[in-house]
Design a protein around this ligand. Sequence first.
Ligand code: GTP
Ligand code: MG
Length: 185
Amino acid sequence: MKKEVRILLLGDADVGKTSLILSLVSEEFPQHVPLRAEEITIPADVTPEGVPTHIVDYSAREYFGEEFLVKEMQRAHVFCLVYGVDDEKSLESTRSYWLPKIREINDGDNLSRPVILVGNKDDLIMDLEESPLESVLPLMNEYPEIETCVECSAKRLKNISELFYYAQKAVLHPTAPLYSPDMGK
Ligand code: GTP
Ligand code: MG
């Protein structure tokens, strides 16, 4: 079993990556967030699996260069790939940009770093609306790297600790890729 877990958040600008990290850390929704959160380390004794966990932010607005992104991706054990449930374009670019990129990096290293697909800003859609999860299922089929998908809200502190726990679990207890239409529900 790995002695530590390194989680990297990826996704388009404005989907709430930094807000998710700061919400986890402070247990409240930050009104103002920097572009990129400092790397945080959760000590072993407060993680459910007892393994120190590093959480690393990436900002789509700050230009680090392609090489930097690739290096961070290679250092990570698992990706939380975030889109905004109110932002169809950000979901589309998980398909057109992020997932192919993740596959390229994984293939290059002959590793299968898992992906947690995160639909943030869940508070912005009403309960009665059709869940965008419908559009996510074909993606999960196409990319078995996606270990699970989760809808959350940094604003309402909904499913925040869960999503980081899923990421830890995906590294520490990898499962064979298995497609199930009930996944993530
Ligand atoms: P980049 O650093 O530009 O890549 O963006 P980011 O993914 O880090 O997004 P950030 O955390 O800066 O959030 C972008 C905006 O969305 C901010 O105005 C946040 O307050 C808002 N936001 C983040 N999470 C939520 C949420 O769960 N619900 C709502 N309603 N707004 C949110
Ligand atoms: Mg940010």
